[in-house]
Design a protein around this ligand. Structure first.
Ligand code: PBG
Length: 330
């Protein structure tokens, strides 16, 4: 068998030098497109490292302000706050208490950074409930969709009062976007943006996050988060959230759902963000710690793949560090 020579068509021409590769690059990462998720723990004296997320901390109120200031210096686009309360109950009272840890943290960070970052708050009850579900339960233990919506509306108001620029609805209750939009508008918070976790899957890759927020969950979230088998359903979820007034839609997790992300990016009329979740972080850190993959290039490639699939912005625990690398490469 004779192998035909490539002749005139030689794709390698554009790969020959760093300058050619840089000019030919179709996708670029920029610090402004990165959002840093952070955890703040009520009643903590010292920041606490997380075993399953090496390099990530549960912050004190003080260390959180410091982390936010570093994020500003790195030029990233935003920060997403998760609160870990000292006490929990069946309805997640801490979520709507103005003195609850998440609302306090929003005020702290806004006081620290003002408008230099988009200050975002996770709008979900799971960190605040003693059963660990994202909503309140019926007497028989099922997550009660419509009763949960009332809690979300109250939580949105508490976060808006605290100064959040954007609320991130990660609970996957039907109707959550519309209810929260209406509640914000009725209270005069027309300017607070709503990020809808439109396509959020019931994923094993949230494992390390459960340590980070000291989750009380037993069982799983498969009656409200999406089935990993489903691709078409994401379009439906996005359409609903957009119709209900979502300013941004999210696909989560990212790397195992790049097909879904590409679909959503191709059709969404609003910006599409993706969340590179705790398990994605942990996998790369674990392999890198063993010397099995090159950490910096694996991190960069993973985030680039999410951008290439169509994410306009990416939530990643590497946001600040990656922004530093990008600045170095400039
Ligand atoms: C729910 C929420 C979760 C994550 C973000 N928001 C956990 C879950 O749905 O079980 C996971 C994020 C991550 O794994 O990094 N409030």
């Amino acid at each position: 068998m004779t192998i035909p020579a490539p002749g005139r068509i030689r794709p390698r021409r554009l790969r020959r030098t760093p300058a050619l590769r840089r000019l030919a690059a179709q996708t670029r990462l920029h610090p402004a497109d990165l959002v840093l998720p952070v955890f703040v723990r009520e009643g903590l004296d010292e920041p606490r490292p997380l075993t399953s997320m090496p390099g990530v901390l549960q912050h004190t109120r003080d260390s959180l302000r410091h982390e936010a200031a570093r994020a500003v210096e790195a030029g990233i686009g935003g920060i997403m706050l998760f609160g870990v309360p000292a006490h929990r109950d069946a309805v997640g009272s801490g979520a709507t208490d103005p003195d609850g840890i998440l609302n306090v943290a929003v005020r702290d960070v806004v006081a620290e950074v003002g408008d230099a970052l988009v200050v975002q708050a996770d709008l979900c009850l799971d960190e605040f409930t003693d059963h660990g579900h994202c909503g309140v339960l019926t007497p028989s233990g099922v997550v009660d969709n419509d009763a949960t919506l009332e809690r979300y509306a109250a939580m949105a108001l508490a976060q808006a009062e605290a100064g959040a620029h954007l609320v991130g609805l990660s609970g996957m209750m039907d109707g959550q976007t519309g209810v929260v939009r209406d509640a914000l508008d009725a209270a005069g918070h027309h300017d607070v943006a709503v990020l809808a976790y439109a396509a959020k899957y019931a994923s094993a890759f949230y494992g390390p996050f459960r340590e980070a927020v000291e989750s009380q969950l037993e069982g799983d979230r498969r009656t409200y988060q999406m089935d990993p088998a489903n691709r078409r359903e994401a379009a439906r979820e996005v359409a609903i959230d957009v119709a209900e007034g979502a300013d941004v839609v999210m696909v989560k997790p990212a790397m195992s759902y790049l097909d879904v992300l590409a679909d959503v990016a191709a059709s969404s009329p609003v910006p599409v963000w993706a969340y590179q979740v705790s398990g994605e972080y942990a996998m790369i850190e674990a392999a890198a710690a063993r010397g099995w993959i090159a950490r910096r290039s694996a991190v960069t490639e993973s985030v680039l793949s999410i951008r290439r699939a169509g994410a306009d912005a990416i939530l990643t625990y590497w946001a600040t560090e990656l922004a530093g690398w990008l600045a170095e490469e400039q």
